[in-house]
Write a protein that binds this ligand. Sequence first.
Ligand code: BDR
Ligand code: CA
Length: 314
Amino acid sequence: STPIIIDCDPGIDDSIALLAAFVSPELEILAITPVSGNQPLERTVRNALQICELGGRTDIPVYPGSFRPLLRDVIRGQFHGHSGLGNTSLPEPRKEAEDKGAVEFLVDRLGEAARTGKPVTLCCLGPMTNLAMALRIDPNIAAGVARIVMMGGAYREPGNRTMTAEFNMLADPHAAHIVFSSDIPIVALALDATHQVILTPEHVEQFAAVSGRIASTVADLMAFWDRNQVERYGSRGGPLHDPLVIAFLLAPHLFQTKPARVFIEHESELCMGQTVADWYNKSGLEPNAEIVCDVDAKGVIALFLQLFSRYQIE
Ligand code: BDR
Ligand code: CA
């Protein structure tokens, strides 16, 4: 199975991604590294622990990450509700976060992966502050990363947080710039991809019909997401952002990508956090990312229905 680390800011869609990864034997989850993003760090850590408790995966260590973005003022997610997990009531976590911080963990674990030649896949579902800090402490850890599969950015689509920027990129554009300049291969699931997988109330009903507590919690989370996004996206429903990272790892045949060099705007206030793809190789630089252009939305939703029906917890 593929060793992965999930760097995230749960968050409704982050939580759905975690619950999907938990029941995928193809993925060996080495750690979860929450970061400040949708919610303050204290919350994203607590939410990650609650999701581990709910999913019966208290074996996975949770390392708390960065409190703040590198340089920018903090921005928080919208549509995730007061706690970051909608209106759901989740079990109290019995387990605590690790004493070691996420950045130190990434430096140590990816350093080990580089030395032993057993690279790890990073799933980045939030602002990329933790990884950027780790890369600044020890650039050699890049050799310990097989690839980054990340949710963030907006290429041909407009932004969802400003006219040009998607939330994760705007929340820490300097971190994203460091990561995209690291020469680690990146698979980018931007709004161009995630806006192809829109959850309608009919989909939510399908998830609610899967038996067990996990599927009904997922359906509750999706319903909250859906209600809160309809205003912005019309009657289409809410896009399934972060879970697509897990779907990509499990079923890459459902996704089509195009290679390009990507630059992150981190100087202009108007376009801060914009992801700029060099489709026609104006820069003369090698591509650093595979950008997902097309998603088989039906296939992805069927995959998630099947994953959530694997849970044996009532
Ligand atoms: C991203 O922003 C966050 O609110 C979501 O969790 C997702 O990672 C979508 O733009
Ligand atoms: Ca997220």
